[in-house]
Design a protein around this ligand. Structure first.
Ligand code: ADP
Ligand code: MG
Length: 248
């Protein structure tokens, strides 16, 4: 695996550290910042190819690459030079709050422009749910884990902010563990809509809903009623009513 920190790969390193707009000044300062985090490898690996480099992913705030720290591999989120935020500190605060309930990739280290976190090796949620090789039982188990994590986020009073778009924000890891990603638009000042957004997507209109159709009994009106009841009063009993949709 090519290490972009090797001097012969300097052009590739420039590309990832200052994506999408190169500036020599930013490059020099980010390189220092990276070394201060003790990161000794950045690798071209992932499903997304940009130029000649492979990355784990790209969003509007960050470019995510595989990195090595203390002889282990992690995901490194690099703030894009055109991101609409000055640093990564808010995201770090929300992700660490989520981590306190075991949610999200665990944080390892961070600085102004970088977040180093657990690397989630897994499959995009849509590919996973649409795979014929995954049994109904596993799909239902995974769905209940997603709903539980959303409920825990509600209990933390942390609104993820993007759980209506499950496809970009959940990876299913190799051991069938769903991992919620990307706390960059999270907030502790909004009304929480984690469970309501995710369950509307899962049961009613999102990309995995059709893959669950033959696994559970569907009564759209009843499901809507349960979600609405939870919205009015978020409590464990009403959460269990939603979770029970998977048991019918
Ligand atoms: N910890 C991780 N492990 C593996 N892949 C990741 C990890 N974090 C992010 N990614 C990949 O990178 C993509 C972009 O990350 P994301 O945090 O959503 O960036 P943005 O805040 O810019 O939207 C994700 O959709 C995912 O494919
Ligand atoms: Mg994102």
């Amino acid at each position: 695996m090519e290490n972009l920190l090797d001097s012969k790969n300097k052009e590739s390193l420039k590309f990832v550290l200052t994506f999408p707009l190169f500036s020599q000044e930013i490059f020099e300062s980010r390189k220092k910042e990276l070394l201060s985090l003790d990161i000794n490898g950045i690798f071209s690996l992932g499903n997304l190819q940009l130029n000649k480099i492979f990355v784990l992913g790209k969003g509007s705030v960050g470019l995510v690459t595989l990195a090595r720290y203390k002889q282990k591999y992690f995901a490194l989120k690099i703030r894009r030079t055109d991101a609409n935020r000055p640093d990564m500190y808010d995201e770090v605060a929300y992700q660490s709050l989520a981590n306190s309930s075991g949610i999200g990739p665990f944080l390892v280290n961070f600085s102004e422009n970088f977040i180093l976190m657990e690397y989630i090796r897994g499959t995009n949620i849509i590919d996973w749910y649409s795979s014929a090789r995954i049994s109904k039982k596993r799909k239902i188990k995974c769905t209940s884990l997603i709903l539980k994590q959303c409920y825990f986020l509600d209990c933390l009073k942390l609104d993820h902010g993007q759980l209506n778009r499950l496809d970009c924000h959940i990876i299913i890891s190799k051991d069938d563990r769903p991992v919620i990603l990307d706390f960059e638009t999270s907030s502790t000042n909004r009304r929480m809509s984690n469970l309501t957004s995710a369950s509307q997507s899962i049961f009613l209109n999102g990309p995995i809903h059709s893959h669950l159709l033959d696994s559970i009994h569907y009564d759209r009106k009843l499901i809507m009623k349960k979600i609405k009841a939870y919205k009015i009063e978020m409590n464990e009993e009403r959460f269990d009513n939603i979770l029970n949709i998977l048991k019918i």
